[in-house]
Write a protein that binds this ligand. Structure first.
Ligand code: HEC
Ligand code: HEC
Length: 319
């Protein structure tokens, strides 16, 4: 009798255990394969970095420092942007040197300051991994190559869209939309602040290159778009970044030189307090905005209203 009860208990425990264990997600499509690759150190020269080392999921796939740590004690030359809301993007990087997401994937893998792995070695590693060889063959009917590697990671990135922010809910007339103060801030964004002139798409970029004047050839010495076009008029122009989840992707700008949204807004309000630049700032920013302290705060609250619901816990309580 005792043994029967014991046996019963053991079987019961084993079945409930197998029910509670998380089921391993089966990888059957490019997006799932791309996700696995995005988190895998196999693509870095010394097996210590993955895309997610710098594009940290909890911070909207951006980093929390001005320059990210790459392989062999090296640091990136620019600030790591979020890779969420990339599906509608055109050119990638602060200077637009990659033509699309699939092509972009191959840059960080080879970049000496980031993952430092020649693309041929990365592909050879994937081909000699039984797991990856099987997955690529099942999903692409081909062995791993630069094309399907880029395609897989790009399709994962395209799945990282933000659509549940206070601003989205407000636009859809749903509950928990923008507060009264955030609505005032929205109006400043669209009118007195002129932000909308450059940050005008649903993701609040414009996929254009503009100079907000962060270049003086000295302290600010990154020529930006000029590296790609070699046109003098492009010196100091950078891609207008999207602003979804911007409240949790500090520090800001191509060099991470602004630590808070408040600082960014104070800069736009009166750029000359921060830099007397030698290259022309965009004509939209030649006159101070003359926002009041209250208006600057309203604008900041509106930007916070562009945060995806699941990231709200990352916002440090103010006051
Ligand atoms: C060591 C840190 C680091 C690693 C690792 C890294 N990145 Fe990045 N990523 C950056 C930095 C810095 C930039 C901006 C560089 C620039 O604009 O010149 C960037 C830019 C990007 C962009 C462009 C975003 C935009 O708004 O234009 C994408 C997409 C991206 N990375 C995807 C990836 C993928 C995919 C991987 C893995 C294969 C990866 N990154 C690995 C630091 C990193
Ligand atoms: C003339 C075009 C233009 C206007 C007008 C403009 N921006 Fe920008 N914005 C940019 C560009 C370009 C950058 C990146 C500049 C750099 O990195 O050097 C940027 C960067 C930012 C960033 C940093 C984002 C990040 O991820 O680092 C924030 C926040 C921002 N803008 C908010 C605003 C607000 C708020 C306004 C209105 C007060 C505004 N912008 C007006 C073009 C513009």
């Amino acid at each position: 009798m005792k043994t029967i009860i014991k046996l019963f208990l053991i079987t019961f425990c084993l079945t409930s255990l197998s029910l509670t264990l998380p089921e391993k997600v089966k990888i059957t499509n490019p997006t799932q394969l791309g996700e696995k690759l995005f988190f895998d150190n196999i693509l870095s020269g010394n097996y210590t970095r993955s895309c997610a080392s710098c594009h940290i999921p909890a911070y909207a796939f951006a980093d929390t420092v001005a320059y990210s740590s790459g392989v062999d004690g090296k640091f990136t030359k620019r600030n790591t942007p979020s890779v969420m809301n990339m599906a509608a993007r055109d050119l990638l990087f602060w200077d637009g040197r990659a033509k699309n997401l699939q092509e972009q994937v191959l840059f960080p893998i080879q970049d000496a300051n980031e993952m430092n792995c020649p693309i041929d070695s990365a592909i050879a590693r994937l081909n000699s991994s039984k797991v990856y060889l099987k997955l690529f063959k099942a999903i692409y009917k081909k062995k791993p190559d630069a094309n399907n590697l880029g395609n897989a990671i790009a399709s994962f990135e395209k799945s990282l869209e933000t659509s549940n922010t206070a601003n989205d809910r407000w636009l859809r007339d749903k509950p928990n939309g923008l507060s009264a103060q955030q609505q005032k801030g929205r109006s400043i964004f669209f009118n007195k602040g002129k932000c909308i002139e450059c940050h005008f798409t649903p993701d609040f970029t414009g996929d254009e290159f503009k100079s907000i004047g962060l270049f003086d050839g000295q302290k600010w010495n990154d020529s930006g778009r000029y590296y790609v076009t070699k046109k003098a008029e492009d010196i100091g122009k950078f891609k207008v970044p999207g602003l979804r989840n911007v409240a949790i992707t500090a520090p800001y700008m191509h060099d991470g030189s602004f630590k808070t949204l408040e600082e960014v807004i104070r800069f736009y309000n009166k750029p000359t307090d921060f830099i007397n630049n030698k290259i022309p700032r965009d004509s939209l920013l030649l006159q101070p905005l003359e926002l009041t302290e209250m208006e600057m705060l309203d604008l900041e609250k509106f930007l916070i209203g562009l945060t995806e619901h699941k990231f709200l816990d990352k916002l440090k309580p103010k006051n």
